[in-house]
Write a protein that binds this ligand. Structure first.
Ligand code: NOJ
Length: 547
């Protein structure tokens, strides 16, 4: 296997509207990010992934792209984007940007011309328009459901004022799905990729990568097959993970490889793509990483395993085996802008924080790449008490308020100060309110505290860069589980040469054989010299056994 810079890199997800605000309007933007890039260099990550900053009506926070070749004025200008790319490269950070190929915004030029053109036209064939079923075509063309709730189809009014065809949207009605069996769509996205590659980005995170191509004929989901996660576990739903989607990525790979020798800055070569594939089995997501396809796929089974040692170990083993079988490496994920923050997922409060810190050490000790979500280095919890009227995630409205949605993990970062907006913006308020309790969690408050989560993350990243068993210097791609009579709720493994990691996921302290001095602990541990260690619950340690 050729080992590229990305194989063991640590990527930091920047969610631009919540990272840092440069113009005082309360919404994060590219100038704000530019000013804070040294923070990310100092944190010690290798790369950043930027969630969409493209022109958009922002129905789905920018994942409804109206013009993928321009920056939304909310976030700045194309020149601001160029400055961010150049400065990141100067600081030694690679840059991935999002590409959103499954759908456009309802406000895109293509969708406007599709609406203005008749059924059967070339313009409509870029999307998935169909006649309805039932009398007068009043029923949706099939039984597919939107990920945001309700049917995945919306009916339009034709130019003559009559009720017309329906269009498919796997997400909100503001995000019409493209027709990836249409060659023009495929060419358009190659051109969009080139647009950003020519501006110097190091690669892409592909939104809904497993969803682009739908089963021919758009057949109904068979009766009784659930369309949620359960359905994905046991069936191949007609709108996910269709075999033909791989042709798309083989073409994308050829394009990315054609830029292989172009130095984007800092001497780094090789442009990459990471697939967002929400599939329950590592074997299925690894199919996206076969030779000639993509470089990485997010490992969501790891994220979904929760604080469960059996599921976590299975997720780790599956991912290592599945990626090795195709000559790739895993890309571990604990969080992103779509899921409840780890501190809260793992139980909230001091317990959740202790577990989130331990999980961070686990993630960073594993072979392969790691993705961190902004704010997790600060141990931020989910904000669960946002007022309903401030919630922006369409999931909240589409569920009639039953599902709180994803705003709670998107609350702007606290940088400094005693009160909101914690230096996130020079304006009075941030676009979502930060809890007063975040005064203790600001970057400034944690920066000089050796016990802070920020310090833990920085130290872990420094060790990862320097230890010969970890990160880019890692000699081997695997790990060896410690089997010697450990209770099942202890995850412990070694990597060569001379590195060990143990996590106590149980309720009681446990004896763990440690074969060298401790490098790092996620919480208080008493240990002197070498030998067995009593590991408190919800704690992880790293040790070195180098001669
Ligand atoms: C996945 C993105 O991460 C999420 O935020 C978005 O809502 C959907 N894809 C639709 O684009």
């Amino acid at each position: 296997m050729v080992r590229g810079w990305w194989h063991d890199a640590v990527f930091y997800q920047v969610y631009p509207r919540s990272f840092a605000d440069g113009d005082g309007d309360g919404v994060g933007d590219l100038p704000g990010l530019f000013a804070r890039l040294p923070y990310l260099r100092d944190l010690g990550v290798d790369a950043i992934w930027l969630s969409p900053f493209y022109r958009s009506p922002m129905v789905d926070a920018g994942y409804d792209v109206a013009d993928p070749r321009d920056v939304d004025p909310l976030f700045g200008t194309l020149a601001d984007a160029d400055r961010v790319f150049a400065r990141a490269h100067e600081l030694g950070l690679a840059v991935l940007v999002d590409v959103v190929p499954n759908h456009t915004s309802r406000d895109s030029a293509w969708f406007a011309t599709a609406l203005a053109s008749p059924p059967g036209s070339v313009e409509r064939s870029r999307y998935l328009f169909r006649d309805g079923r039932g009398t007068g075509g009043d029923e949706p063309p099939n039984n597919w459901l939107s990920q945001f709730g309700g049917p995945a189809w919306t009916r339009i009014t034709e130019a003559d004022g009559r009720p017309g065809q329906w269009y498919l949207h796997l997400y909100s009605p503001a995000q019409p799905d493209l027709n990836w069996r249409n060659l023009e769509v495929r060419c358009e996205y190659l051109s969009i990729l080139r647009f950003w590659l020519d501006r110097g980005v190091d690669g892409f995170r592909i939104d809904v990568a497993h969803g682009l191509v739908k089963a021919l004929g758009l057949p109904d989901v068979p009766p009784g097959v659930p369309q949620g996660w359960e359905g994905r576990l046991r069936h191949r739903l007609p709108y996910w993970d269709q075999p033909e989607v791989h042709d798309v990525y083989r073409t994308w790979r050829r394009l990315l490889d054609s830029y292989a020798d172009v130095d984007t800055g800092g001497g780094r070569r090789g442009r990459i793509a990471v697939a967002e594939v929400w599939l329950p089995r590592a074997q299925r997501s690894a199919a996206y990483l076969r030779p000639g396809e993509l470089h990485q796929a997010f490992d969501f089974p790891f994220l979904l395993a929760g604080w469960d040692p059996v599921r976590l170990r299975a997720a780790i083993d599956d991912a290592l085996a599945a990626t090795a079988a195709v000559g790739a490496a895993p890309a571990w994920v604990l969080a992103n802008h779509d899921v409840v923050r780890p501190v809260t997922r793992f139980g909230g409060g001091a317990l959740g924080l202790a577990r989130a810190r331990a999980a961070l050490l686990l993630e960073l000790a594993l072979p392969g790449a790691a993705y961190l979500y902004q704010g997790d280095e600060l141990g931020l919890p989910e904000v669960e008490d946002l007022p309903d009227e401030l919630r922006r995630d369409p999931v909240f409205a589409h569920s009639g308020g039953r599902v709180p949605g994803r705003d709670g993990c998107r609350v702007p970062l606290p940088w400094a100060g005693e009160a909101a907006p914690f230096d996130f913006t020079s304006g009075e308020t941030a676009w979502l309110p930060q809890p007063a309790s975040w005064a203790e969690l600001t970057v400034a408050a944690q920066r000089h505290d050796p016990d802070s989560t920020l310090a833990l993350c920085r130290t872990a990243l420094r060790i990862r860069r320097t230890h010969p068993a970890l990160g880019a210097r890692a000699a081997g791609r695997g790990l060896t589980w410690a089997e010697d009579e450990l209770p099942p709720d202890i995850l412990a493994f070694t990597r060569v040469p001379g590195f060990g990691c143990a996590v106590n996921m149980g309720k009681a302290p446990a004896r763990v054989p440690v074969t060298g001095p401790l490098l790092l602990a996620s919480g208080p541990v008493e240990h002197t010299g070498t030998g067995d260690l009593t590991l408190p619950p919800n704690t992880a340690v790293w040790w070195s056994a180098l001669a």
